[in-house]
Design a protein. Structure first.
Length: 603
């Protein structure tokens, strides 16, 4: 919609040489783009509004044009993810408007890792351009020239990955006076942390005391050791994290990370020790929410850059460099344009995240055989493992991943619903009113790649009540008919429901110990089945490191100059189950810091 008339003089922008917007730390090496002078535009001068669908809702822009050029683009309204769609020097809301004006093109590069927001802004601008009488399709084809150029740089410390671990390492190393360069695969920082719920784990905090909870590092350690597969834990490493968890969180708070409150790991478990974060705009989550991790990674990014750290975006680290004697001498990567970036450095820190997006690596897990989904960045394909293996790094093949089973249509499975849950064969395998990762682990260990939530109209959970209204939810007038729809043995399902109802009537769950007040019988005229599919958010195992974040070789010896932290090196921090929200981020930050400190001292 045109808002007001404008009388700008004609501008010959299409033939002008203008500078492209260089991402922070990108070295400013891109060649000045020359828009195609043959693509001439004609507009009705004024300011127009365009809207398109983004990641979380509508993105609205205002586009101001003269008679033959776009003179201004402003993103007026959006609900995009903080730390991905906006909030950083390199995120779409900040960079795309300027790039579009400078290049007079809608063919500017997508911001890798924020492609949905990028597309929304471009589409909204295209809509406004069309209303102004311009040719949006022609603008999409205006070339933005770039020159591919190999680079060689020198540093004290080079880091692969700018997620929570990589940023923590970079902050500590740069504060210690080291010259630090990070190679980041995406166009924004934050990795999987930004897409997470933005939670931090700590024991004995002032926030806990304010909410009436007394907690200690030893209590948190004891809880970690109750997880299935606890024999895989490196107790020394887990204890160090627990002991320093308050200091670790304070370190983040000192650079601007804001804590909002403390919540339960699960309502059945105390004390509460999961800390939710917020930001100046008051964006915070609670429970199993995603998209608030920017509350952590944006302040970390700003702190790293403030200390003269450099980031080379859209650059995939692919080779750990060694000399003729096998000593670590640097890291090389490939830029999006195909050119090579080589960083000579005595210290290399691998912080590339996990491998949930690598279908081949994930095939070995039972819970990933039924079309699992994951919300981690597309670049999380295990390339840090591939690189390190070539220099004889030891890799632990973990038997499980962090998986939660949920109904993708209604969200049932992550909101502490406590009705009857069965595996793919129709058998009950767990206490449903417990931490969702316990339930997931039980389903997986029963040999099932998915499960079912069985309900009737008397189920008190609001999410389940909502699911019953959806056309995609399976429903039937008998258990036999429901079993047929589920493709499970009717006698098996009937026996499971009969036994469950018997326990409900008795008021005691003799099979799995669920509290009596959560034992609601499956009884009614209509039976519903919600398919619970696996959602993988964290991968376990990976590089084997010691308490100093040094990568160990296949003979358990530290590899001099090679460090790792975060999801690429979660060996020893997890067993078969994910213990609680905030552990992955907290552990990544903690061991990232150690890696950065020791690498800087090894200049």
């Amino acid at each position: 919609m045109k808002k007001q008339a404008s009388k700008f003089a004609a501008l010959l922008m299409c033939g002008a040489m203008v500078l492209s917007l260089a991402a922070c730390g990108d070295g400013g090496k891109k060649t000045e783009p020359t828009p195609d002078a043959s693509v001439k535009q004609s507009y009705t001068a004024g300011t127009y509004t365009g809207t398109a669908t983004g990641m979380k809702g509508d993105v609205t822009v205002e586009v101001t044009v003269s008679e033959d050029a776009i003179t201004d683009v402003v993103v007026k309204e959006h609900q995009e993810t903080y730390g991905i769609g906006y909030g950083l020097e390199t995120s779409p809301v900040e960079v795309l408007p300027k790039q579009i004006v400078e290049t007079q093109s809608l063919g500017v590069d997508n911001v890798t890792g924020a492609t949905i927001t990028t597309a929304a802004i471009k589409n909204a601008v295209a809509s406004a351009v069309t209303e102004a009488g311009g040719d949006a399709e022609a603008l999409k084809n205006v070339p933005v020239e770039k020159t591919a150029e190999d680079q060689t740089l020198d540093a004290d410390v080079v880091i692969a990955g700018a997620g929570a671990a990589g940023l923590a390492a970079g902050i500590e190393a740069s504060r210690a006076g080291a010259k630090v360069i990070i190679l980041e695969k995406q166009g924004v920082t934050g990795g999987a942390t930004t897409r997470s719920g933005g939670k931090l784990l700590a024991a004995g905090t002032e926030w806990q005391k304010k909410q009436g909870y007394e907690d200690t590092p030893q209590q948190m350690l004891d809880y970690m050791k109750t997880m299935d597969g606890a024999d895989q834990l490196n107790e020394e490493m887990v204890k160090a994290f627990c002991d320093d968890s308050v200091e670790n969180m304070t370190w983040l708070e000192d650079m601007g990370v804001m804590i909002y409150d403390v919540e339960a790991i699960h309502q059945s478990l105390t004390p509460w020790r999961v800390h939710n974060t917020t930001n100046a705009a008051g964006h915070h989550g609670g429970g199993m929410t995603d998209g608030f991790g920017g509350n952590i990674t944006v302040p970390m990014t700003e702190e790293y850059l403030k200390n003269n750290g450099e980031i080379y975006y859209n650059t995939t680290a692919d080779t750990i460099l060694t000399d003729a004697n096998g000593a670590i001498v640097g890291l090389s990567g490939t830029k999006a344009d195909g050119s090579k970036l080589t960083v000579n450095a005595k210290n290399v820190i691998i912080a590339t995240g996990g491998y949930a997006q690598n279908k081949e690596m994930m095939k070995r897990y039972t819970q990933t055989t039924e079309g699992f989904v994951t919300s981690v960045p597309a670049g999380n394909v295990g390339d840090g493992l591939t690189m390190a293996e070539k220099v004889n790094a030891q890799i632990y093949d973990a038997p499980a991943t962090q998986t939660v089973y949920l109904d993708f249509n209604s969200g049932v499975g992550i909101n502490e619903e406590a009705g009857l849950i069965v595996n793919a064969e129709g058998k009950r395998v767990a206490n449903e009113y417990t931490y969702q990762y316990h339930v997931a682990d039980a389903i997986s260990k029963s040999g099932s790649g998915y499960g079912w939530y069985i309900a009737t109209a008397n189920d008190p959970a609001p999410t389940v009540q909502y699911a019953m209204t959806l056309d995609k939810t399976l429903k039937a007038n008998s258990i036999e008919e429901l079993a047929k729809l589920m493709e499970v043995d009717a006698a098996e399902l009937q026996a499971t429901i009969d036994r469950y109802n018997e326990l409900c009537a008795a008021g005691k769950d003799e099979d799995f110990g669920k509290p009596a007040d959560h034992m609601i019988a499956v009884e009614g005229e209509t039976y519903y089945a919600l398919k619970l599919r696996p959602n993988v958010t964290v991968t376990f195992g990976g590089l084997v490191t010691d308490i100093n974040a040094q990568v160990l070789d296949t003979e358990n010896n530290p590899i001099p100059g090679l460090y790792a932290a975060g999801e690429v090196a979660f060996t020893g921090l997890f067993g078969d189950e994910y213990p609680c929200c905030g552990m992955a981020i907290g552990g990544a930050v903690y061991y990232g810091r150690i890696a950065g400190q020791l690498a800087a001292a090894n200049k």
